[in-house]
Ligand binder design. Structure first.
Ligand code: COA
Length: 170
């Protein structure tokens, strides 16, 4: 499937959908050409991985072309060194009218303690694009778990903050 494809049965169905219907987990390895002088992954490389994973989630939910409109809340917690196997988690926090906030988390797995260590996270907002090239409505999302419900509520707070900041700065 391509991000240019239209999936009519998804795109035209405004029934609320589950978070698990669109979420994704991908992996990548930090290669030499992804690193800086400190032999750690470039922030831009990590953001690129997050953007692609977020695009997959937005496309899965919208069933039509999607476009990144904003990125915020990006935080790098620890360096990803050369050779690190990265886990990229992407999940729809909330769908508004034409836009969707996707939460991204990059981790590496601690093989001894079998836990995931945070490397970076961020919020990517995508807009569904209609046949006329303009933003078009997407179905709502229905959070199920406590964590999904928390993300759903917090996504609204961040949206209001984005709108308020945009108005304040003009
Ligand atoms: C995406 C695009 C078509 C949207 O058109 P627009 O006229 O700017 O958007 P609108 O003002 O109609 O807003 C569309 C949605 O984006 C939201 N939005 C606008 N500014 C935003 C921001 N700074 N952060 C988050 N969401 C934002 C609006 O709230 C609206 O969402 P809603 O319908 O759910 O309320 C246009 O901005 C664009 O083409 N941008 C460039 C995209 C691009 O090249 N991305 C990089 C490569 S993918």
């Amino acid at each position: 499937m391509k991000n240019t494809d239209l999936i009519p049965e998804i795109a035209n169905d405004m029934t609320p959908r589950k978070v698990r219907d669109s979420q994704t987990e991908t992996h990548a390895i930090v290669h030499p050409d992804n690193t800086n002088a400190l032999h750690n992954a470039f922030g831009g490389y990590l953001m690129g991985l997050m953007d692609v994973a977020a695009c997959v989630v937005a496309f899965n939910h919208a069933g039509r072309k999607v476009n990144t409109i904003s990125i915020d809340g990006v935080r790098f917690f620890r360096p990803a060194t050369l050779g690190t196997i990265l886990n990229i988690h992407a999940s729809l926090n909330r769908a508004f009218n034409t836009s969707m906030e996707i939460g991204l988390k990059i981790t590496e797995t601690d093989p001894v303690n079998k836990c995931e260590l945070p490397i970076a996270h961020g919020y990517f907002t995508f807009v569904a694009i209609g046949e006329d090239g303009r933003p078009t409505a997407v179905a709502p999302v229905e959070p199920e778990t406590e964590e999904e419900k928390r993300r759903y509520e917090q996504a609204l707070v961040r949206r209001e903050a984005r709108i308020a900041l945009g108005k304040k700065l003009g």
